[in-house]
Design a protein around this ligand. Sequence first.
Ligand code: ZN
Length: 412
Amino acid sequence: MDSKKYVTLKERFLKYVKFNTRSDEASETIPSTPSQMEFAKMLKKELEELGLSNIFINKACFVNATLPSNIDKKVATIGFIAHMDTADFNAEGINPQIVENYDGKDIVLNKEQNIVLKVDEFPNLKNYISETLITTDGTTLLGADDKSGIVEIIEAVNYLKEHPEIKHGDIKIAFGPDEEIGRGADYFDVKEFAADYAYTMDGGPVGELEYESFNAAQAKFKIKGVSVHPGTAKGKMINASLIASEIIEMFPKDEVPEKTEGYEGFYFLDEMKSNCEEGEVVYIIRDHDKAKFLAKKEFVKELVEKINKKYGREVVKLELKDEYYNMGEIIKDHMYVVDIAKQAMENLGIKPIIKPIRGGTDGSKISFMGLPTPNIFAGGENFHGKYEFVALESMEKATDVIVEIIKLNAER
Ligand SMILES: [Zn+2]
């Protein structure tokens, strides 16, 4: 690979990851943390320096820009989207380490604290021999999720700007906040973005291409007990903690994250707290299949009815809310969007790895807003923790894929 093709990629990535853009679930502001707005402003300035058009930060903190078409004929407008925030893990003082010409051995991330990226724990490391890896120093995450996506998109449009001989239609780009807390895309403005189809650059290793996600809901059980002095409780006490345990017992034992994979859905006991007086049990429900998803929600409703019937009063109140849906349901009617990405990878000698996401992406929500948005690899590994790393070569490949998709779209 011509590593000098995207000359500013490495430097740009190292600059971006040093911004602490950790999002905060507990915050109610948009964006959830002010540092994301700071980062957005910096991005806006850089996009201006690159000479893109129609650059603005909207009220939901999405940084938007356009690379205008350079051909006469009308071709579809493609969008590329990545998220600015990082997961709920220390992001203060990110100090990226560069491992040149990786030798395939364990990587000491932090000598003093004896934090080591071990090949036997992370066998994928073997896929990166002789490449340039960027790792953490063992005390933070890296934030390749999803700064690598942002860098790849910017490098791709920069490359196209410098190579006007490559013909393309209008290219829209957007960088949004709060993906990791499942919120940013709620305020994405599909109309304003005005693309015909889009991709999130937010997947893992090279080749990943995803267009199916989970359907997702959260079930919160609010339990009201009756607390009485235990010495005189006979016939009076209703122990909320015991009801919490009853609820948990009623769930199927095998439909849990640790026993499922592929297209198998699950119920995940996410949180519980209780005392005799009151309790709260929170589950998340996940399934790719719509019918099975609905059946799982039905199961939860019936469970609550059974418990309340047993106690002859409303001891449990259910708060059931949908979080996002399987984008495959929308994208299946626009499969050319997946096909172009697949073709782009094949043209570049990259083997597409198409598999259902066991989670959601911004695309899960955006697709349901009417903009089909599959997810493409951004290149990183071991997201959301101190073992996160990314190969420079993977980011270059992702950038190549963006450019190739844009070329293919112009030829359609
Ligand atoms: Zn991500």
